[in-house]
Design a protein around this ligand. Structure first.
Ligand code: SAM
Length: 315
């Protein structure tokens, strides 16, 4: 028997050893380059006066986000680009090879690490925190898994009880996911980041938690939802929506002040690069541009509400 947290960690790790982004689900950087370019608009404002800016990306996927960010900086400000260094923190050797291939034109500019580096001006991630394993709780019980069966045991970890109490969830009768790994990572990142920490992911706030009475853990296989993650044969992707209120609350302990929290639609529409691209594509009659326009609309409409962008500043 193992905790659901350990079960999820195993599934996610084995998944990314065998599969890549696109096989079972898509992410915004894979949909269109305008996502990475909109993010770069903001990154540029954050690092334009830095001497030797260093950006750390967590979980590089197929390498598309890094590709779009580095291309943007190269086009926009070659002098700054010359001083920029980009690191990708990636656990999967399979994805590291894929990323190296995708980013071969940026050799000497981008580096890989399986350990967190010690300093960065910006730490950013897209769909990374949702991969971190969660404890699944209902009332005073925690979910364990035994050979595909769900077993509920008393909560023994004090940190889980403290989390429920601090977040005001102790009396809720519903399923709650507690991502202690997210908080541990946030603490470690707060010691690394000199400027901004940016988290882009699908998630909820404490005010929205009641919308998910059965929790938010979901599996994906071949672009379809896995009905029973405890019984499904691996590999399949597994994730839990990110609790942004917890990142804001615990960030305060670590000197990370949350300076902006928007949904993806607001975030994209606040980028002049994104707006220009949207206008250009809307006016074009080329088939390729019409297809791209529909992908931008997917980002704005179906992903636009569910995805959130949290920006924290290191004090
Ligand atoms: C859902 S993908 C997102 C990829 C990319 N950011 C994108 O938006 O397309 C998650 C990424 O995080 C990596 N990852 C997941 N858990 C990790 C961990 N514990 N340590 C390092 N990388 C991890 C995966 O290998 C994968 O590259």
């Amino acid at each position: 028997m193992k905790s659901f947290r350990d079960f999820m960690e195993e599934r996610v790790r084995e998944y990314y050893l065998q599969r890549k982004v696109g096989d079972d689900f898509f992410t915004a950087p894979e949909l269109d380059r305008s996502f990475g370019r909109a993010l770069s608009d903001h990154l540029y404002q954050f690092v334009r006066h830095a001497d030797n800016p260093l950006i750390l990306e967590l979980g590089g996927g197929n390498g598309s986000l890094a590709y779009d960010i580095l291309s943007f900086f190269r086009e926009k400000d070659n002098k700054l680009y010359g001083k920029l260094t980009y690191y990708i923190y990636e656990e999967s050797p399979t994805l590291v090879s894929l990323q190296k291939n995708r980013l071969r034109e940026f050799e000497g500019k981008v580096f890989w690490t399986q350990e967190l580096i010690t300093e960065a001006d910006i730490v950013l991630s897209n769909e990374f925190f949702d991969c971190l394993p969660v404890h699944v709780i209902k009332g005073r019980k925690e979910l364990y898994v035994d050979d595909g069966r769900a077993i509920w045991e008393d909560i023994t970890d004090e940190r889980t009880l403290t989390f429920l109490d601090r977040m005001g969830y102790s009396a809720l009768g519903q399923v709650i996911e507690v991502c202690l790994d997210c908080i541990d990572l946030l603490r470690r990142l707060s010691n690394i980041v000199r400027g901004y920490h940016i988290v882009i992911d699908y998630g909820y706030t404490s005010e929205e938690i009641a919308k998910y009475p059965n929790g938010t853990v979901v599996g994906y296989k071949a672009h379809r939802v896995v009905m029973d993650v405890l019984k499904e044969a691996p590999p399949f992707d597994m994730s839990a929506m990110v609790n942004f209120s917890a990142l804001v609350e615990y960030g305060k302990d670590f000197g990370l002040l949350s300076v902006s929290f928007q949904n993806m639609r607001e975030f994209l529409l606040s980028s002049s690069t994104f707006l220009e691209e949207l206008e250009k594509l809307s006016l074009s009659e080329k088939a390729e541009d019409i297809e791209r326009l529909s992908r931008l609309k997917t980002m704005l409409i179906s992903m636009g509400e569910r995805f959130k962008v949290l920006i924290q500043k290191k004090l």
